[in-house]
Design a protein around this ligand. Structure first.
Ligand code: UDP
Ligand code: MG
Length: 322
Protein backbone atom coordinates (compact mmCIF):
# COMPACT_ATOMS: atom_id res chain seq x y z
CA UNK A 1 0.00 0.00 0.00
CA UNK A 2 1.27 3.44 -0.79
CA UNK A 3 2.36 5.58 2.06
CA UNK A 4 -0.14 8.26 1.24
CA UNK A 5 -3.27 7.91 3.34
CA UNK A 6 -6.16 10.31 2.92
CA UNK A 7 -8.58 9.01 5.51
CA UNK A 8 -7.90 7.48 8.93
CA UNK A 9 -10.58 5.81 10.99
CA UNK A 10 -9.87 5.72 14.72
CA UNK A 11 -11.67 3.21 16.93
CA UNK A 12 -11.02 2.94 20.69
CA UNK A 13 -11.69 -0.53 22.10
CA UNK A 14 -12.02 -1.71 25.66
CA UNK A 15 -13.03 -5.35 26.11
CA UNK A 16 -14.94 -5.45 22.87
CA UNK A 17 -14.09 -9.03 21.82
CA UNK A 18 -17.71 -9.72 20.97
CA UNK A 19 -17.95 -6.81 18.54
CA UNK A 20 -14.62 -6.99 16.74
CA UNK A 21 -15.44 -9.55 14.05
CA UNK A 22 -18.53 -7.63 13.07
CA UNK A 23 -16.74 -4.28 13.26
CA UNK A 24 -13.93 -5.65 11.10
CA UNK A 25 -16.37 -6.83 8.44
CA UNK A 26 -18.29 -3.60 8.31
CA UNK A 27 -15.13 -1.51 8.16
CA UNK A 28 -13.73 -3.71 5.42
CA UNK A 29 -16.75 -3.33 3.21
CA UNK A 30 -16.59 0.44 3.73
CA UNK A 31 -12.94 1.02 2.93
CA UNK A 32 -13.09 -1.38 -0.01
CA UNK A 33 -15.78 0.82 -1.53
CA UNK A 34 -14.30 4.22 -0.75
CA UNK A 35 -12.41 5.85 -3.56
CA UNK A 36 -9.84 7.39 -1.23
CA UNK A 37 -7.00 5.52 0.42
CA UNK A 38 -7.79 4.72 4.01
CA UNK A 39 -6.26 3.24 7.12
CA UNK A 40 -7.83 2.10 10.35
CA UNK A 41 -6.28 2.74 13.74
CA UNK A 42 -7.56 0.39 16.41
CA UNK A 43 -6.67 1.46 19.93
CA UNK A 44 -6.72 -1.20 22.60
CA UNK A 45 -7.39 0.64 25.84
CA UNK A 46 -5.88 -1.95 28.18
CA UNK A 47 -8.45 -4.66 27.48
CA UNK A 48 -8.39 -7.77 29.63
CA UNK A 49 -10.29 -10.02 27.22
CA UNK A 50 -9.11 -11.22 23.81
CA UNK A 51 -9.50 -7.80 22.15
CA UNK A 52 -5.75 -7.27 21.83
CA UNK A 53 -5.13 -10.72 20.30
CA UNK A 54 -7.96 -10.22 17.87
CA UNK A 55 -6.81 -6.82 16.65
CA UNK A 56 -3.20 -8.02 16.46
CA UNK A 57 -4.13 -10.75 14.05
CA UNK A 58 -6.29 -8.37 12.01
CA UNK A 59 -3.37 -5.95 11.76
CA UNK A 60 -0.84 -8.61 10.85
CA UNK A 61 -3.10 -9.90 8.10
CA UNK A 62 -4.02 -6.55 6.56
CA UNK A 63 -1.66 -3.61 6.49
CA UNK A 64 -4.51 -1.12 6.37
CA UNK A 65 -5.32 -2.00 9.97
CA UNK A 66 -2.91 -0.56 12.52
CA UNK A 67 -3.11 -1.32 16.21
CA UNK A 68 -1.99 0.66 19.21
CA UNK A 69 -1.92 -0.95 22.63
CA UNK A 70 -2.06 1.27 25.69
CA UNK A 71 -0.28 0.21 28.87
CA UNK A 72 -3.52 0.07 30.87
CA UNK A 73 -7.11 1.25 30.74
CA UNK A 74 -6.80 4.99 30.26
CA UNK A 75 -10.46 5.66 29.48
CA UNK A 76 -12.28 6.39 26.24
CA UNK A 77 -11.19 10.01 25.84
CA UNK A 78 -7.50 9.25 26.30
CA UNK A 79 -7.66 6.17 24.08
CA UNK A 80 -9.11 8.41 21.40
CA UNK A 81 -6.47 11.05 22.08
CA UNK A 82 -3.79 8.39 21.58
CA UNK A 83 -5.35 7.22 18.32
CA UNK A 84 -5.60 10.78 17.01
CA UNK A 85 -1.86 11.34 17.59
CA UNK A 86 -1.05 8.49 15.20
CA UNK A 87 -3.30 9.61 12.37
CA UNK A 88 -1.41 9.90 9.10
CA UNK A 89 -4.28 10.92 6.87
CA UNK A 90 -3.81 14.07 4.88
CA UNK A 91 -7.52 14.72 4.48
CA UNK A 92 -9.52 13.73 7.55
CA UNK A 93 -10.04 11.42 10.50
CA UNK A 94 -13.26 9.56 11.22
CA UNK A 95 -13.93 8.77 14.89
CA UNK A 96 -16.05 5.79 15.72
CA UNK A 97 -17.10 3.71 18.74
CA UNK A 98 -16.15 0.05 18.61
CA UNK A 99 -19.55 -1.26 19.64
CA UNK A 100 -21.18 -0.23 16.35
CA UNK A 101 -23.53 2.23 18.02
CA UNK A 102 -22.32 4.75 15.49
CA UNK A 103 -23.03 3.37 12.02
CA UNK A 104 -19.69 3.44 10.15
CA UNK A 105 -21.59 3.55 6.86
CA UNK A 106 -22.38 7.22 7.61
CA UNK A 107 -18.86 8.02 6.44
CA UNK A 108 -20.05 8.65 2.88
CA UNK A 109 -22.52 11.34 4.05
CA UNK A 110 -19.87 12.85 6.30
CA UNK A 111 -17.36 12.93 3.44
CA UNK A 112 -19.92 14.68 1.21
CA UNK A 113 -20.25 17.45 3.78
CA UNK A 114 -16.49 17.74 4.03
CA UNK A 115 -16.35 18.15 0.26
CA UNK A 116 -18.95 20.92 0.56
CA UNK A 117 -16.37 22.82 2.57
CA UNK A 118 -17.05 21.93 6.19
CA UNK A 119 -14.09 21.29 8.47
CA UNK A 120 -15.94 19.17 11.02
CA UNK A 121 -19.00 16.99 10.52
CA UNK A 122 -20.45 15.44 13.67
CA UNK A 123 -23.31 13.03 14.24
CA UNK A 124 -26.42 14.18 16.08
CA UNK A 125 -28.20 11.40 17.91
CA UNK A 126 -31.81 11.51 16.81
CA UNK A 127 -32.83 8.79 19.21
CA UNK A 128 -31.07 6.49 21.59
CA UNK A 129 -31.59 2.90 22.58
CA UNK A 130 -30.61 3.35 26.21
CA UNK A 131 -32.40 2.82 29.49
CA UNK A 132 -35.09 5.36 30.38
CA UNK A 133 -33.01 6.93 33.17
CA UNK A 134 -29.91 7.29 30.96
CA UNK A 135 -31.97 8.90 28.19
CA UNK A 136 -33.44 11.46 30.59
CA UNK A 137 -30.03 12.22 32.08
CA UNK A 138 -28.44 12.66 28.65
CA UNK A 139 -31.29 14.91 27.56
CA UNK A 140 -31.02 17.09 30.67
CA UNK A 141 -27.22 17.21 30.58
CA UNK A 142 -26.92 18.34 26.97
CA UNK A 143 -29.48 21.11 27.54
CA UNK A 144 -27.77 22.20 30.74
CA UNK A 145 -24.35 22.38 29.16
CA UNK A 146 -25.71 24.23 26.15
CA UNK A 147 -26.97 26.89 28.54
CA UNK A 148 -23.90 27.27 30.70
CA UNK A 149 -20.92 26.46 28.47
CA UNK A 150 -18.66 29.20 27.13
CA UNK A 151 -18.65 27.48 23.74
CA UNK A 152 -21.32 26.44 21.26
CA UNK A 153 -21.68 22.78 22.16
CA UNK A 154 -24.09 21.02 19.83
CA UNK A 155 -26.75 19.10 21.77
CA UNK A 156 -26.86 15.32 21.47
CA UNK A 157 -23.59 14.93 19.65
CA UNK A 158 -20.80 12.73 20.91
CA UNK A 159 -17.36 11.97 19.57
CA UNK A 160 -18.72 10.38 16.38
CA UNK A 161 -17.39 12.79 13.78
CA UNK A 162 -15.29 13.39 10.70
CA UNK A 163 -12.61 15.98 11.33
CA UNK A 164 -10.32 17.43 8.71
CA UNK A 165 -6.56 17.58 9.03
CA UNK A 166 -6.49 21.26 9.95
CA UNK A 167 -8.81 20.86 12.95
CA UNK A 168 -7.10 17.60 13.94
CA UNK A 169 -3.74 19.35 14.11
CA UNK A 170 -5.24 21.90 16.47
CA UNK A 171 -6.77 19.17 18.64
CA UNK A 172 -3.45 17.35 18.80
CA UNK A 173 -1.67 20.52 19.80
CA UNK A 174 -4.00 21.29 22.71
CA UNK A 175 -2.14 20.43 25.91
CA UNK A 176 -5.05 20.03 28.29
CA UNK A 177 -4.84 17.02 30.54
CA UNK A 178 -8.51 16.63 31.19
CA UNK A 179 -9.86 15.89 27.76
CA UNK A 180 -13.45 16.35 26.71
CA UNK A 181 -12.91 15.91 23.01
CA UNK A 182 -16.36 16.92 21.76
CA UNK A 183 -15.93 20.19 23.67
CA UNK A 184 -12.40 20.74 22.37
CA UNK A 185 -13.64 20.04 18.86
CA UNK A 186 -16.37 22.67 19.22
CA UNK A 187 -13.94 25.12 20.81
CA UNK A 188 -11.56 25.03 17.83
CA UNK A 189 -14.21 26.62 15.61
CA UNK A 190 -14.07 26.77 11.78
CA UNK A 191 -17.00 25.48 9.76
CA UNK A 192 -18.85 22.74 11.59
CA UNK A 193 -22.09 20.97 10.88
CA UNK A 194 -24.08 18.03 12.20
CA UNK A 195 -25.91 15.18 10.54
CA UNK A 196 -28.72 13.38 12.35
CA UNK A 197 -28.54 9.64 12.76
CA UNK A 198 -30.27 6.89 14.68
CA UNK A 199 -28.05 5.68 17.46
CA UNK A 200 -28.64 1.98 17.67
CA UNK A 201 -28.11 -0.19 20.69
CA UNK A 202 -24.73 -1.75 21.31
CA UNK A 203 -24.13 -4.65 18.94
CA UNK A 204 -23.03 -6.86 21.82
CA UNK A 205 -21.71 -6.67 25.37
CA UNK A 206 -22.35 -4.02 28.02
CA UNK A 207 -21.43 -0.37 28.09
CA UNK A 208 -17.80 0.14 29.08
CA UNK A 209 -18.70 3.45 30.65
CA UNK A 210 -19.40 2.82 34.31
CA UNK A 211 -21.58 5.42 36.05
CA UNK A 212 -18.39 6.78 37.61
CA UNK A 213 -16.73 7.25 34.20
CA UNK A 214 -19.92 8.74 32.80
CA UNK A 215 -20.10 11.31 35.60
CA UNK A 216 -16.42 12.14 35.20
CA UNK A 217 -17.05 12.83 31.52
CA UNK A 218 -20.08 14.95 32.34
CA UNK A 219 -18.04 16.88 34.92
CA UNK A 220 -15.29 17.50 32.38
CA UNK A 221 -17.82 18.99 30.00
CA UNK A 222 -19.04 21.40 32.65
CA UNK A 223 -15.83 22.32 34.45
CA UNK A 224 -13.59 22.47 31.37
CA UNK A 225 -15.93 24.60 29.32
CA UNK A 226 -17.92 26.71 31.74
CA UNK A 227 -17.26 29.36 34.39
CA UNK A 228 -20.85 29.08 35.46
CA UNK A 229 -20.36 26.92 38.60
CA UNK A 230 -17.83 29.25 40.17
CA UNK A 231 -19.78 32.37 39.19
CA UNK A 232 -22.96 30.78 40.47
CA UNK A 233 -21.57 30.25 43.96
CA UNK A 234 -20.45 33.88 44.09
CA UNK A 235 -24.00 34.92 43.25
CA UNK A 236 -25.34 32.48 45.82
CA UNK A 237 -23.05 34.09 48.40
CA UNK A 238 -24.28 37.56 47.54
CA UNK A 239 -27.92 36.48 47.65
CA UNK A 240 -27.51 34.82 51.04
CA UNK A 241 -25.84 37.94 52.47
CA UNK A 242 -28.68 40.11 51.20
CA UNK A 243 -31.31 37.74 52.59
CA UNK A 244 -29.61 37.53 55.98
CA UNK A 245 -29.25 41.32 56.17
CA UNK A 246 -32.99 41.68 55.65
CA UNK A 247 -33.59 39.07 58.28
CA UNK A 248 -31.25 40.83 60.68
CA UNK A 249 -33.04 44.12 60.07
CA UNK A 250 -36.42 42.50 60.78
CA UNK A 251 -35.08 41.04 64.05
CA UNK A 252 -33.77 44.48 65.11
CA UNK A 253 -37.09 46.12 64.29
CA UNK A 254 -38.98 43.49 66.29
CA UNK A 255 -36.61 43.91 69.21
CA UNK A 256 -36.74 47.72 69.30
CA UNK A 257 -40.41 48.34 68.58
CA UNK A 258 -42.14 45.24 69.74
CA UNK A 259 -39.65 43.90 72.23
CA UNK A 260 -40.31 40.44 70.82
CA UNK A 261 -38.67 37.33 72.20
CA UNK A 262 -35.75 35.82 70.24
CA UNK A 263 -36.82 33.80 67.23
CA UNK A 264 -36.88 30.07 67.43
CA UNK A 265 -34.05 27.61 67.81
CA UNK A 266 -35.30 25.51 64.86
CA UNK A 267 -34.87 28.40 62.45
CA UNK A 268 -31.33 28.86 63.73
CA UNK A 269 -30.42 25.21 63.21
CA UNK A 270 -32.05 25.24 59.78
CA UNK A 271 -29.97 28.24 58.78
CA UNK A 272 -26.74 26.68 60.05
CA UNK A 273 -27.37 23.39 58.25
CA UNK A 274 -28.37 25.14 55.06
CA UNK A 275 -25.42 27.52 54.95
CA UNK A 276 -23.06 24.73 56.03
CA UNK A 277 -24.24 22.77 53.01
CA UNK A 278 -23.90 25.72 50.68
CA UNK A 279 -20.35 26.32 51.89
CA UNK A 280 -19.35 22.69 51.41
CA UNK A 281 -20.76 22.62 47.89
CA UNK A 282 -18.95 25.85 47.12
CA UNK A 283 -15.69 24.40 48.37
CA UNK A 284 -16.32 21.36 46.21
CA UNK A 285 -16.89 23.51 43.13
CA UNK A 286 -13.69 25.44 43.70
CA UNK A 287 -11.97 22.13 44.44
CA UNK A 288 -12.94 20.86 40.98
CA UNK A 289 -11.12 23.73 39.32
CA UNK A 290 -8.13 23.38 41.66
CA UNK A 291 -7.92 19.68 40.89
CA UNK A 292 -7.87 20.42 37.19
CA UNK A 293 -5.09 22.97 37.66
CA UNK A 294 -3.18 20.45 39.77
CA UNK A 295 -3.44 17.79 37.06
CA UNK A 296 -2.39 20.28 34.45
CA UNK A 297 0.76 21.36 36.31
CA UNK A 298 1.72 17.75 37.00
CA UNK A 299 2.14 17.42 33.24
CA UNK A 300 2.04 13.67 33.19
CA UNK A 301 1.91 12.09 29.76
CA UNK A 302 -1.72 11.75 28.69
CA UNK A 303 -1.33 8.09 27.84
CA UNK A 304 1.36 5.44 27.73
CA UNK A 305 1.71 3.27 24.67
CA UNK A 306 2.85 -0.28 25.26
CA UNK A 307 3.33 -1.29 21.63
CA UNK A 308 2.23 -0.39 18.14
CA UNK A 309 1.84 -2.67 15.17
CA UNK A 310 3.56 -1.10 12.18
CA UNK A 311 4.98 1.71 14.28
CA UNK A 312 7.52 2.75 11.66
CA UNK A 313 4.91 3.53 9.06
CA UNK A 314 2.58 5.07 11.59
CA UNK A 315 5.15 7.37 13.07
CA UNK A 316 6.04 8.42 9.58
CA UNK A 317 9.20 10.06 10.75
CA UNK A 318 7.42 12.20 13.31
CA UNK A 319 7.89 12.02 17.02
CA UNK A 320 4.67 11.02 18.77
CA UNK A 321 4.40 12.95 21.99
CA UNK A 322 1.97 11.65 24.53
N1 UDP B 1 -13.96 2.59 25.60
C1 UDP B 1 -12.59 2.70 25.81
N2 UDP B 1 -12.13 2.81 27.10
C2 UDP B 1 -12.96 2.85 28.17
C3 UDP B 1 -14.36 2.79 27.95
C4 UDP B 1 -14.82 2.67 26.65
O1 UDP B 1 -11.81 2.66 24.87
O2 UDP B 1 -12.47 2.97 29.28
C5 UDP B 1 -14.46 2.43 24.22
C6 UDP B 1 -15.47 1.30 24.06
O3 UDP B 1 -14.81 0.07 23.78
C7 UDP B 1 -16.29 1.79 22.90
C8 UDP B 1 -16.29 3.30 23.08
O4 UDP B 1 -15.16 3.60 23.89
O5 UDP B 1 -15.70 1.46 21.66
C9 UDP B 1 -17.55 3.82 23.71
O6 UDP B 1 -17.76 3.16 24.93
P1 UDP B 1 -19.17 2.55 25.37
O7 UDP B 1 -19.86 1.98 24.19
O8 UDP B 1 -18.94 1.63 26.50
O9 UDP B 1 -19.90 3.84 25.87
P2 UDP B 1 -21.46 4.21 25.73
O10 UDP B 1 -21.78 4.04 24.28
O11 UDP B 1 -22.17 3.23 26.59
O12 UDP B 1 -21.54 5.63 26.18
MG1 MG C 1 -21.47 2.42 23.20
Amino acid sequence: MSNHVELSIVVPLYNEERNIARLHNRLLSIIDNLDISSEIILVDDGSTDSTSDMISSISFADSRFNSIFLSKNHGHQLALTAGLRYVRASKAVFILDGDLQDPPEMITHFLDKLDEGYDVVYGIRKNRQETFIKRQLYWFYYRLIKKIANIELPADSGDFALINRKVLDYLNSMPEQNRYLRGMRAWVGFKQTGIEYDRSARYDGDSKYSWKKLFELAYSGIFNFSDFPVKFITRLGVISIVVSLFYLASVFIKKIWFDAVPVGFTALIAAIVMFGGVQLISLGVIGEYVLRIYKQVQQRPLFIVDKVIREKELMNGQDIQS
